[in-house]
Design a protein around this ligand. Structure first.
Ligand code: NAD
Length: 493
C-alpha cells in the first residue's frame, strides 16, 4: 500500500505522533493508501518552514517575474504528469477520470494564468490635495497562507488557492481533506523539478479537529483560505477573529436552476440533469432546486426523467460511466437520511430514492439519481444542502415568484437561468443574490472568472484577477518633499 508522508520544507516527513490513516478507494470500498495523521507539532514545523521561506528564504527576495517563471514551471510539470494526477484523484475520491482529465488541463492553465499575473501587481500613485506631498501605495504579500480543502476536488482547490497566493509572494501550508489527500501530495512531488524553493508549498495531512484547527490557530499563519462545510467554516471564522487573521470561505450551496416557459426545454433538461447528478451531486454548485414554470412543469418533468434514466453509474475509471460513487461513508449516510426526511415531509419521489445496486456497483457506495416532485421551498429538502444526487422540483407562476423562491434561502453561491429572452436573462442575473449566474448553461467554470458566494455561501472570491487581492495587503506611503517642513506639528496638515 502506498504510504504518504507530510511534505514540509521540501522534505517528506513521518508524522511526529507516529500515527497513520487509511485512505479508501470509494469505488472498491477498500483502503488503497495511508496518509500521515498529523498533530500540532507537525503543523508548527510546516508553518515555521513557510514563514521562514517567505521572510528569509530565496522566495522573499525573488523578483515578481522570477516567481512567475517558477509558477509557469509548475504548470509545465502538472501538464507533464496530468494522467497520473488524474488517476490518483479519481481513485481517492471516486471522481470520474474523464472529468479529472479536463480538470487537470485547467489546473495547469491556472498555474500559467497566475504566473502571468505575478509581475502585474501594482500600487497606485495618489494625487493628494496636500502641498509638497507624494502619496502612493504598495501591495505586499499577506503572510503565510493556510489552505484547508474539501474532498470533492482537492487538487483544484489547492491550485486556485496556492497559485494566486504564491504569485503574490506568500508561502502556503495545505491541509487537504483526510478523505482525499493523495492528489495534493502527488502534486507536491513535482515541485522540486519545477524549481520551487523549499518551504514555499507544504502539505500536512490528518484530521480536521487535530491538524486543521492547529493550523488555523498557529501564530505564524496570517491568512486562512477554506473550502468545506458551513459548520467548519463558521468555526474557523470565529477562531480566526480572535487573532484577526484574514479569512476566505468557500462553503455550501442550495442553488436554484430556474426553467422558464420560453426556454429550450431539451437543452435545459440536459443542463439540469448534469447540474445535479454530475459528480453524484457532490458539488457545492449542485443545482439541487429545480424551479420550473407551472405551464411547462409536466412536459419538462417528463424530459428530465427521460435524460436522468439514461445515466450510467459505475467505475469512475470507465469512460462510459456518467456518475461514480459517493466519496465517503458519512456522506453516503447523510444522502440516504435526506431522502427519508424528504419523504417524511411529504415530497413525492418520482425517480430513484434508494442505494443503487447491480453489476459493477458492489464495492462502492452508490445512490440512485433521485428526483422529488411536489416540493415546497420551506421543506428541509429544499433548504438544506444534501451534497448528493437528489433534486427537488418546485413550481413557480411568474418571474417575480421565481426570484422570490430563488433567493429564499440562506445560501447564495450560484444559480442557473434557462430562457430565450435576453431581457429576462439580464433581469434575473441582477435579481438573484448569488456569486455566479449561469444563463442557458450550468457547471461552466473557468479559473479566469471570479467564483465565490454571497450570504451563507462564504466570503471572498477565488479565481480570476480578483483572487490575488485575497493574498495581498495594501500599504500607503506618504512622503513630504519639503526639506524645511517642521518634523513635528500639532496642527494636522
Ligand atoms: P469539512 O468542513 O468537513 O472539511 C473541509 C476541510 O476542513 C477538511 O480538510 C477538514 O479536515 C477540515 N476541518 C474539519 N474540521 C475542522 C476544524 N475544526 N478546524 C479546521 N479544519 C477542519 O467539509 P467536507 O465534508 O470536506 O466538504 C464538503 C463541504 O464542502 C460541502 O458542504 C460543500 O458545499 C463544501 N464545498 C464548497 C465549495 C465551494 O467552493 N463553495 C466547493 C466544494 C465543497
Amino acid at each position: 500500500m502506498t504510504k504518504y508522508q507530510h511534505y514540509i520544507d521540501g522534505d517528506w516527513i513521518d508524522p511526529e505522533g507516529g500515527l497513520w490513516l487509511d485512505t479508501i478507494d470509494p469505488y472498491r470500498g477498500e483502503p488503497w493508501a495511508q496518509i500521515a495523521r498529523g498533530n500540532s507539532d507537525d503543523v508548527t514545523r510546516a508553518a515555521t518552514a513557510a514563514h521562514r521561506a517567505m521572510t528569509t528564504g530565496p522566495w522573499a527576495t525573488l523578483s515578481a517575474s522570477g516567481r512567475g517563471k517558477i509558477l509557469r514551471n509548475i504548470g509545465d510539470v502538472v501538464a507533464k504528469n496530468a494522467e497520473q494526477l488524474a488517476e490518483i484523484e479519481a481513485r481517492d475520491n471516486g471522481k470520474l477520470l474523464a472529468e479529472m482529465h479536463g480538470q487537470l488541463e485547467a489546473i495547469a492553465d491556472c498555474w500559467y494564468y497566475y504566473a502571468g499575473l505575478a509581475d502585474k501587481v501594482e500600487g497606485a500613485s495618489i494625487p493628494v490635495a496636500k502641498p509638497n506631498t507624494v502619496a502612493f501605495t504598495t501591495r505586499e504579500p499577506i503572510g503565510v497562507v493556510a489552505a484547508l480543502t474539501a474532498w470533492n476536488s482537492p487538487l483544484w482547490f489547492a491550485t486556485v488557492k496556492s497559485a494566486p497566493a504564491m504569485a503574490a509572494g506568500c508561502a502556503v501550508v495545505v491541509k487537504p481533506s483526510e478523505f482525499a489527500s493523495a492528489s495534493t501530495l502527488e502534486f507536491a512531488k513535482l515541485l522540486k523539478e519545477a524549481g520551487l524553493p523549499d518551504g514555499v508549498f507544504n502539505v500536512v495531512t490528518g484530521l480536521g479537529p487535530e491538524v486543521g484547527s492547529a493550523l488555523v490557530e498557529h501564530p505564524a499563519v496570517s491568512k486562512i483560505t477554506f473550502t468545506g462545510s458551513d459548520a467548519t467554516g463558521a468555526k474557523i471564522y470565529e477562531t480566526a477573529a480572535r487573532s484577526m487573521k484574514r479569512v476566505s470561505l468557500e462553503l455550501g450551496g442550495k442553488s436554484p436552476n430556474i426553467v422558464f416557459e420560453d426556454a429550450d426545454l431539451d437543452l435545459a433538461a440536459a443542463g439540469v440533469v448534469s447540474g445535479i447528478f454530475g459528480a453524484a451531486g457532490q458539488m457545492c454548485t449542485a443545482g439541487s432546486r429545480l424551479l420550473v414554470h407551472s405551464s411547462v412543469k409536466e412536459v419538462f418533468t417528463e424530459k428530465l426523467l427521460h435524460v436522468a434514466r439514461s445515466i450510467r453509474l459505475g467505475d469512475p475509471m470507465d469512460p462510459q460511466t456518467n456518475v461514480g460513487p459517493i466519496a465517503t461513508p458519512p456522506q453516503y449516510q447523510k444522502v440516504l437520511q435526506y431522502i427519508d426526511i424528504a419523504e417524511a415531509d411529504g415530497a413525492r419521489c418520482i425517480l430513484g430514492g434508494k442505494p443503487a445496486t447491480g453489476p459493477g456497483l458492489t464495492g462502492g457506495q452508490f445512490i440512485e439519481p433521485t428526483i422529488f416532485a411536489d416540493v415546497t421551498n420551506n421543506m428541509r429538502i429544499a433548504q438544506e444542502e444534501v451534497f448528493g444526487p437528489v433534486l427537488s422540483i418546485i413550481e413557480f407562476e411568474d418571474e417575480e415568484q421565481a426570484v422570490q423562491i430563488g433567493n429564499d434561502i440562506a445560501y447564495g453561491l450560484v444559480a442557473g437561468v434557462w430562457t430565450k429572452s435576453i431581457g429576462r436573462a439580464m433581469r434575473m442575473s441582477k435579481a438573484l443574490h448569488v456569486g455566479t449566474v449561469w444563463v442557458n448553461t450550468y457547471r461552466s467554470y473557468s479559473y479566469m472568472v471570479p467564483f465565490g458566494g454571497m450570504k451563507g455561501s462564504g466570503l471572498g472570491r477565488e479565481q480570476g484577477i480578483e483572487a490575488i487581492n485575497e493574498y495581498l495587503e495594501t500599504k500607503s506611503i506618504m512622503i513630504s518633499t519639503d526639506d524645511n517642513a517642521p518634523a513635528n506639528t500639532f496642527v494636522q496638515r
